[in-house]
Write a protein that binds this ligand. Structure first.
Ligand code: AHR
Length: 364
């Protein structure tokens, strides 16, 4: 598969192409029933992606898909960051009618409750596959069991869940723990380069959505390296929910509280942009050697531009382009082929040395 590493691979043999048969049976039933279950016209917005898009406070409505299209219900957790918007576009671009899909795309606006509601809606519509990006790690067992009881395969995308792995078919996403560890390893080398390996280093962290696997993984990964350095002091950390506004707000608070911050770890570029704004407002010269070291994640276009300007010191990539892999996995399952239990996206680490080579190709 393109752009993927198979990791922790455990083959999953129980998808023997039965969905194609099930789809035909369901379609016959649908054909006898309602052609449209459209409840209110406002609930569906036409999109350039050949998808039916709903937001979570709306009822999921469904015009009948053409014969033989694979019906996928996708619950996106929200649109909190540029990364997330790129991920949604990647899914929509891949699961097109031309590619054999009828996609129902739901935006849960950052709440698990909305995601569970959307997934239950997909179950009651008997879609062929359910895919979702889970906002948090915990709390999915019940709804996943409901999907399993309804014989609908579930594919987890991006973040991970803590649920029993027999309740979903596969996961396609990013190695958050490795990302956090890469950030820590980079910092350790940088401090060595600066001759500061033994200095006291004061660190603050702007965390992503608390309880999400991206927040948990990046924190654990970074802490693993942090624990090896007695002289690294974690002054404070707070939840910035992966948004620019919260990043700015938290950073302003930290700057009022501490005047000796050496390193700022922002768990995504959107929060880093907010943090940089707060530093600028506080009169910090972002182009001087005296500024705090800034570590960020995602490697968006704006993030890489800030790396090239020397504002962000390192940007650890989180790859949002999982749409093609999702499409490929579903096509494999449709043919009755075995799929792996986990697929990791390829990811890089960007500094001033290599950012310029990649910035123009960034879609987000
Ligand atoms: O789960 C991926 C993370 O979620 C990205 O780092 C962040 O930008 C997004 O909101």
């Amino acid at each position: 598969m393109t752009g993927l590493n198979k990791g922790n691979i455990k083959l999953f043999p129980d998808n023997k192409g039965w969905n194609a048969c099930k789809r035909n049976a369901v379609k016959k039933a649908i054909a006898l029933g309602t052609a449209f279950t459209l409840l209110t016209a406002s609930c569906i917005s036409c999109s350039p992606f050949n998808v039916e898009e709903t937001s979570s406070n709306m009822q999921i409505l469904e015009p009948e898909p053409a014969e033989n299209l694979i019906r996928v219900g996708f619950s996106q957790l929200g649109s909190e960051s540029k990364w997330r918007r790129a991920n949604s576009i990647s899914i929509k671009d891949a699961l097109t009618v031309d590619n054999g899909f009828f996609l129902q795309f739901n935006n849960a606006r950052q709440t698990q409750e909305n995601q569970i509601k959307a997934i239950r809606g997909f179950i009651s519509q008997q879609v062929d596959y359910i895919a979702f990006c889970p906002v948090t790690e915990d709390g999915w067992d019940t709804v996943l069991r409901e999907a399993k009881d309804a014989d609908i395969p579930v594919i987890i995308v991006d973040r991970q869940v803590s649920a029993d792995s027999s309740l979903y078919t596969t996961w396609i996403g990013e190695n958050m723990r490795q990302e956090g560890e890469n950030a820590g390893i980079w910092l350790s080398k940088k401090l060595e380069e600066l001759g500061k390996s033994h200095d006291k280093i004061n660190i603050i962290e702007l965390l992503g959505t608390r309880g999400s696997s991206s927040q948990i993984g990046r924190s654990i990964g970074f802490d693993t390296v942090c624990d090896k350095h007695q002289n690294w002091v974690l002054l404070d950390r707070d939840d910035g929910d992966f948004t620019t506004a919260k990043g700015q707000e938290i950073m302003s608070g930290f700057l009022e509280k501490y005047d000796d911050i050496d390193v700022v770890v922002c768990q995504n570029d959107d929060m880093a942009i907010g943090a940089v704004q707060a530093m600028q407002d506080a009169g910090i010269d972002l182009y001087s050697d005296e500024k705090p070291i800034i570590i960020s994640f995602d490697a968006s276009r704006q993030g890489l531009e800030m790396v090239m300007q020397g504002i962000i010191d390192v940007d650890v990539e989180c790859n949002p382009a999982s749409g093609p892999q999702l499409s490929e996995v579903i096509h494999e399952m449709e043919q009755g082929n075995q799929v792996a239990k986990a697929y990791f996206m390829n990811e890089e680490v960007f500094t001033r040395d290599n950012a310029s080579r990649f910035v123009d190709d960034r879609s987000y």
